[in-house]
Design a protein around this ligand. Structure first.
Ligand SMILES: C[S@@+](CC[C@H](N)C(=O)[O-])C[C@H]1O[C@@H](n2cnc3c(N)ncnc32)[C@H](O)[C@@H]1O
Length: 214
């Protein structure tokens, strides 16, 4: 089976499991800090939430006044997002889309793009297509927030010293170094800030990147 299709099916299943840690609707402190950063910069307008999961961040940014579109390649995640948005009477919209595919034609539409834990589940061979889509979607001088597992999480996760990734039950997880993110985005984005934090269930070290399109 195509690896991307496998991941889609894997995530489809895991969104149906209630004990999935991402089921929670708690906003990470780093996401709140990012919202504060945008407020201080007086950034408004359209925000794209890539790999939106249960929609918690989409709803959060819609509450802050952004016109939000959350995209995820699993139907189950989009259903959960839509339900959550309805309960919160949120204006956030959701669509099933794969960020590695040519499914986006809206050019340079978004002031802000956020990715909270999507790219770290994409195999390296999909990274360029991912980046092409981000560049297609984000406005000139637009802001890009990315967080993913840090290479410093490897120790916790018993990952081989030789690699920055692990495959468990066929599911891919990447552990980012600053250099990898610089190599992937550095030509097109300025990295404004980067820092590490412990994720919600305190198990992993996550690295956050604040970027701006050059
Ligand atoms: C770890 S979850 C994070 C969800 C949410 N952003 C959060 O912070 O809770 C990653 C999400 O990315 C989605 N995803 C993974 N690969 C994707 C792709 N190629 N296109 C769109 N969504 C994808 C998964 O379905 C999953 O919902």
């Amino acid at each position: 089976m195509d690896q991307n299709l496998f991941e889609q099916k894997y995530m489809e299943k895991s969104w149906k499991i209630k004990k999935n840690p991402y089921q929670k609707y708690i906003i990470e402190e780093s996401v709140k800090k990012w919202a504060q950063f945008l407020k201080e910069k007086k950034i408004k307008g359209k925000l794209l939430d890539v790999g939106c999961g249960n929609g918690k961040n989409s709803v959060y940014f819609a509450q802050k006044g952004f016109k939000v579109l959350g995209v995820d390649f699993t139907k189950e995640a989009i259903n959960l997002s839509q339900k959550y948005a309805n309960t919160k009477k949120s204006s956030a919209k959701f669509e099933i889309k794969d960020i590695t595919k040519k499914q986006f034609n809206n050019e340079k539409e978004y002031e802000v793009v956020i990715d909270c834990g999507c790219l770290h589940h994409l195999r390296k061979k999909y990274w360029n297509q991912y980046k092409k889509n981000i560049l297609r979607l984000i406005k000139e001088k637009g802001y890009f927030y990315l967080h993913g597992f840090s290479v410093n999480s490897k120790k916790i996760d018993n990952v081989s010293k030789k690699r920055n990734w692990v495959v468990r039950k066929g599911h891919y997880t990447h552990f980012f170094s600053i250099k990898e993110v610089q190599d992937l985005f550095g030509k097109d984005f300025k990295i404004i800030e980067t820092y590490e934090f412990k994720n919600l269930n305190n198990k992993f070290i996550v690295r956050t990147f604040y970027m701006q399109r050059i």
